[in-house]
Design a protein around this ligand. Structure first.
Ligand SMILES: NC(=O)c1ccc[n+]([C@@H]2O[C@H](COP(=O)([O-])OP(=O)(O)OC[C@H]3O[C@@H](n4cnc5c(N)ncnc54)[C@H](OP(=O)(O)O)[C@@H]3O)[C@@H](O)[C@H]2O)c1
Length: 384
């Protein structure tokens, strides 16, 4: 029996995780589940999984959660410290909150030396070396759920890691892979959220459309696998069949393939170091028939260049990239700015801010808030 906590249980990754966990009740015990504001869904999940603790981030909804859980033994809690409590309540923590909002709970799990299935890439991008150093100090284990990093993790297993030549992250190219710059200028939030291959939450879907998702993944790969930016390539592979590759010094390339279903990497992490069955569709290679690859276009997808620059520059540049992107994506989803303005705002914020990475998580969070406030001011001026 593995005791697990699911942070962000009501989201896309949370739901896929629950799908696997509920299909294998003899293997998993759910210690805690969390959500931001969706009380009804969270209470339903907590009741179904017989979780011991249900946490709602929005403290004003605690009473609603208590009512929704009345007649059960499930403890209801709310707010930051309760999220941290949920994060340390299990042996394996699935970190599936979206955005930097997940950083404090992930760090609580890292500090407690837990095993963390990391989907919440923004947390690692923002805290960077601080999180990795803390994990080394406490013995916490970071296991990648992001399909690309999970693919690399699988391709590294049992290999001579000193002989890795480069990592190759694959990217679907998103819904606007073949769009011109003019066409991109007019796309709507609904079009950006409709990913051709993957079913995901709204924020990561927009990130896939700008390819900022791949930029964040580049930074994530650097921290998880310790390779410099110059040895991490990105290629567009529109079928999303190969989830990433590792090239070794002898010229061998290892790839992990599977249908585009997050239950495959999540199942890998839930069962790690063993394997478990999942209901994900089997890949039919005859049906797939061909695999296409192309270089990403840095002109139409400037987010890739910005992420590389942020990683090369170091300090708090990745934090700035991520925080500005979160604000820009929010504004785009609210139809306040155009699609190309997302990368433009991120670039302007990177140009405007040059700070070292703070040495503590409270300072990282304070800087994150500062970047967001400045980004919001810039947006307000643009629309004034
Ligand atoms: N979806 C994918 O296929 C996929 C693949 C790879 C990586 N990821 C990464 O996994 C993470 C989650 O993505 P997702 O697509 O599952 O997102 P999602 O569907 O939007 O779900 C987000 C989850 O986080 C909770 N949440 C949102 N804001 C919060 C806050 N301020 N405090 C506490 N909880 C909060 C939400 O609760 P409510 O429901 O109450 O709002 C929900 O449970 C992201 O970092 C994403 O980049 C996702």
């Amino acid at each position: 029996m593995k005791r697990i906590a699911i942070l962000g249980a009501t989201g896309s990754i949370g739901t896929s995780t629950l799908d696997l966990v509920e299909a294998a009740p003899e293997q998993f015990e759910v210690a805690a589940v969390t959500a931001a504001s969706n009380v009804a869904e969270l209470a339903g999940i907590a009741r179904r999984t017989r979780a011991r603790l249900a946490v709602i981030a929005d403290e004003s909804r605690l009473e609603m959660l208590r009512e929704a859980l009345s007649g059960t033994n499930i403890q209801a809690a709310a707010g930051e410290s309760a999220l941290a409590e949920a994060a340390v309540s299990a042996d394996l923590v699935i970190a599936a909150i979206v955005g930097t909002a997940g950083l404090a709970p992930v760090m609580a799990a890292v500090r407690a030396g837990r095993t963390i299935g990391l989907a919440n890439k923004e947390a690692l991008v923002s805290a960077g070396a601080l999180m990795i150093e803390e994990a080394q100090r406490t013995g916490a284990t970071l296991l990648p759920i992001d399909s690309e990093h999970n693919a690399i993790f699988q391709c590294l297993a049992g290999q001579d890691c000193d002989k890795v030549a480069r990592l190759i992250l694959t990217a679907s190219g998103g819904p606007f892979r073949a769009f011109t710059l003019d066409e991109m200028a007019g796309v709507t939030p609904a079009e950006a959220v409709a990913h051709p291959n993957w079913s995901m939450g709204a924020k990561i879907s927009v990130d896939s459309a700008t390819m900022m998702n791949k930029g964040l993944e580049l930074i994530e790969a650097h921290h998880l696998f310790g390779l410099p930016e110059s040895r991490i390539d990105i290629i567009v592979h529109r079928q999303s069949v190969i989830h990433s590759l590792v090239e070794y010094a002898d010229g061998s390339m290892l790839a992990q393939l599977g249908s585009p279903d997050m239950r495959v990497p999540i199942g890998h992490i839930l069962a790690w170091p063993r394997r478990m069955a999942t209901q994900a569709r089997r890949l039919d290679l005859i049906e797939v028939a061909r695999l296409d690859f192309e270089a990403p276009d840095p002109v139409r997808f400037p987010a890739l260049r910005l992420a590389r620059e942020a990683l090369k520059r170091g300090g708090a540049a990745p934090l700035t990239l991520n925080a500005a992107n979160e604000i820009a994506v929010e504004a785009f989803r609210a139809s306040q700015i155009s699609f190309p303005a997302i990368a433009a705002l991120v670039e302007a914020m990177l140009d405007a801010m040059d700070r070292p990475l703070p040495s503590s998580i409270p300072d990282v969070l304070a800087l994150d808030s500062e970047v967001r406030a400045i980004a919001r001011e810039r947006l307000a001026k643009l629309s004034a």
